[in-house]
Design a protein around this ligand. Structure first.
Ligand code: ADP
Ligand code: VHF
Length: 375
């Protein structure tokens, strides 16, 4: 049995047909989590539902669409959401703790460590940390694409053994089952490939389709940090325990990676890149397959506003992401040194090191084209 798990509950699992918060569903999930808690499993909950819980109280007739309206609804609804969880967990004598985070909180190592320490203390005292996005301050560039990403970052930060993303469908299918009756459920996935993003639908498709895409992205981030992931449906009593035991209604994403060293995990899966470096084919092969550092000779260009010590994303000339690393060069130095032999580059821009990114500070996040799918 897992020692520590993160459970993510999406809006679709918590709302009634009219779009408001269902207190009955909140109680159901609290009861399910309490069963694991009683078995000694440390449980963290990432929950949506603030907008759903708040919009009516503010006088909106339907769930608002504009960002500032949603923020206002969430400010009212977050308190109501927590109240519902407080009551539901109190029935099990479990203290419920509220934690509100934004994307940059993970990108700042000091803030991330503070959050981690607070969560450790709460778990030690047998509380359930209940986490949501801090909607008041989160607008576009501060936002997680969905709470799915937030749950993956929390799982990585807290070194969880498993991430359970609960939704209204029994896992990932070979196509959207709402549109294709022949779609089959995928039971297990060992490697996230580009093909999975394709079958989860591309940008510009319906809201639900985007939903599965962001869950695949969450699974990728969690697996990269060594956290096994489940995407599926839990609606009947006992099903969350079953999901954690390996027989849930959904798709299991395995990972052979053991937790990366803390620094690499932060670079690859928690940091917020400050810019991008474009590399040629030779550098791509050296980084992905050669275990080498990135040298100026293989660089084609750079964008963003980064300085020595920042994390940057490295992409190839087709725009595909290869990985991330800590740069020893500022953006102007990368631009001036691009394509030059190492010594000349270092002399010209007075860089502290020859390597633009040293291999000890590099994490590959490249997604391969295809991989086996187990039905
Ligand atoms: N290949 C697929 N397999 C399963 N579901 C898919 C797929 N492609 C798109 N979807 C849609 O994704 C939806 C789940 O995402 P979403 O509605 O955002 O859930 P939540 O609110 O729980 O985050 C499903 O109901 C389904 O319609
Ligand atoms: N943080 C907001 C919205 C988060 C959200 O929509 O997430 P999800 O249900 O996973 O798509 C809320 O609590 O209402």
């Amino acid at each position: 049995m897992n020692r520590r798990i993160v459970v993510k509950i999406g809006s679709s699992s918590l709302t009634s047909e009219e779009g408001g918060l269902s207190r009955e569903r909140v109680r159901f999930y609290a009861d399910e989590l309490a069963k694991l808690h009683r078995q000694g499993v440390q449980t963290l909950l990432v929950t949506s539902g603030a907008v759903a819980a708040g919009f009516r109280r503010l006088g909106y007739e339907t769930r608002p669409k504009l960002v500032h309206e949603k923020q206002a609804a969430a400010a009212v609804g977050q308190a109501l959401l927590m109240q519902a969880y407080q009551e539901a967990f109190a029935a099990h004598d479990i203290p419920a703790a509220q934690i509100l985070l934004t994307r940059p909180d993970f990108g700042n190592r000091g803030r991330a460590q503070n959050a981690e320490r607070t969560i450790e203390e709460l778990l030690k005292l047998r509380a359930v940390p209940i986490i949501n996005e801090n909607d008041t301050v989160a607008t576009d560039e501060l936002k997680f694409s969905e709470n799915d990403t937030l749950s993956a970052l929390v799982a990585n930060l807290t070194k969880a053994d498993g991430l359970y993303i609960l939704t209204d469908i029994e896992g990932l299918y070979t196509a959207d089952p709402r549109k294709d009756p022949n779609a089959k459920r995928i039971g297990r996935i060992d490697v996230i490939s580009e093909e999975l993003y394709r079958i989860a639908g591309g940008a510009g498709s319906s809201v639900g389709t985007g939903g599965m895409r962001s869950k695949i992205e969450a699974a990728r981030i969690a697996m990269g940090g060594g956290v096994a992931t489940f995407i599926g449906r839990v609606t009947e009593p006992g099903e969350l325990v079953q999901a954690v035991e390996g027989s849930g209604r959904g798709t299991y994403f395995t990972t052979s990676l053991h937790s990366l060293p803390a620094k690499k995990k932060w670079i690859g899966f928690l940091s917020v890149p400050q810019g991008r470096i474009v590399v040629d084919r030779g550098a791509e092969a050296a980084l992905l397959h050669g275990g080498k550092s990135l040298l100026p000779a293989g660089i084609r260009g750079a964008e963003g506003d980064f300085h020595l010590g920042d994390v940057v994303e490295v992409i190839n000339e087709e725009g595909k992401t290869l990985g991330r690393g800590v740069t020893n060069y500022a953006v102007w130095q990368v631009t001036a040194a691009a394509g030059l032999p190492s010594e000349e580059a270092q002399r010209r821009v007075e860089a502290p090191r020859v390597e633009v990114i040293h291999r000890d500070e590099w994490v590959t996040t490249h997604v391969q084209k295809e991989a086996e799918i187990h039905e």
